[in-house]
Design a protein around this ligand. Structure first.
Ligand code: HEC
Length: 208
């Protein structure tokens, strides 16, 4: 037999190690094989309530630093008071805070809006009302929404004396915190939309 020359031996080695590598790496194409730095693939995942050695207080879920404002919940200012926007339940507010809520006015208070802008704001309020409120309050706010024909206690008409006498702040509070059979809507309806829906209710109240 002819002797294998060094170069031939080298190529043979390359081919054999290639074949061996191929077999080792692709024996099951559905499995991961060689993993470099597996710690980066499988990072330690802590559950919210797990103890956590990383933080000084040993907890995974961190308390927000004082003064933190949740996104979409910028505090409401009444005079020199700041109110949390619906994140504190109504039952936990003291009398002064409740009074401050009921005294709130909308962001356009005292502004003379031109008719085009006014119409655009009311149109947005109307859209919110039809999507979020009309199921119960009815398309015209009379308290005859479709669910009331299916056993849900009907809300009072928004054109009745009680609603006519409510301040904008009181309505804002009912929409934000809920009242009686009406759930809070702060989570579904953003703050500006809540004011706009009140604007729309006022426009309904002016209709005969
Ligand atoms: C699931 C039905 C339901 C939906 C949806 C609903 N409401 Fe109500 N709403 C009620 C009920 C019931 C009451 C009466 C609450 C009570 O008994 O104190 C009420 C009361 C009110 C009042 C006070 C009326 C008064 O005369 O005291 C206002 C203002 C109001 N809702 C506005 C809204 C707005 C704005 C929306 C939409 C963002 C809305 N509601 C969505 C059921 C609903």
């Amino acid at each position: 037999m002819r002797r294998i020359r060094p170069l031939e031996g080298f190529f043979l080695l390359v081919i054999l190690s290639g074949a061996a590598g191929h077999w080792a790496l692709t024996s099951d194409p559905r499995q991961r094989h060689v993993e470099f730095l597996p710690e980066m693939v499988y990072g330690a995942a802590y559950e919210a309530q797990d103890p956590n050695p990383v933080f000084p207080d040993g907890r995974t879920q961190q308390v927000p630093p004082p003064g933190t404002i949740a996104r979409g919940h910028a505090p409401l200012r009444v005079g020199d008071r700041l109110l949390s926007d619906g994140t504190t339940p109504w039952e936990r507010l003291d009398a002064a805070e409740r009074a401050a809520w009921d005294a709130l006015v909308d962001p356009w208070h005292g502004e003379a809006l031109d008719p085009g802008r006014e119409a655009a704001l009311v149109a947005r309020g109307s859209a919110v009302f039809q999507v979020q409120c009309a199921v119960c309050h009815g398309p015209g706010g009379l308290g005859d929404g479709p669910v009331t024909r299916r056993g849900v206690p009907p809300p009072p008409s928004l054109k009745a004396e009680a609603a006519l006498n409510m301040s904008d702040g009181q309505m804002f509070r009912v929409i934000t915190h809920g009242r009686g059979n009406m759930a809070p809507y702060a989570a579904q309806v953003g703050r500006e939309d809540r004011w706009l829906v009140i604007r729309y209710i006022r426009s309904l109240q002016r209709l005969p």
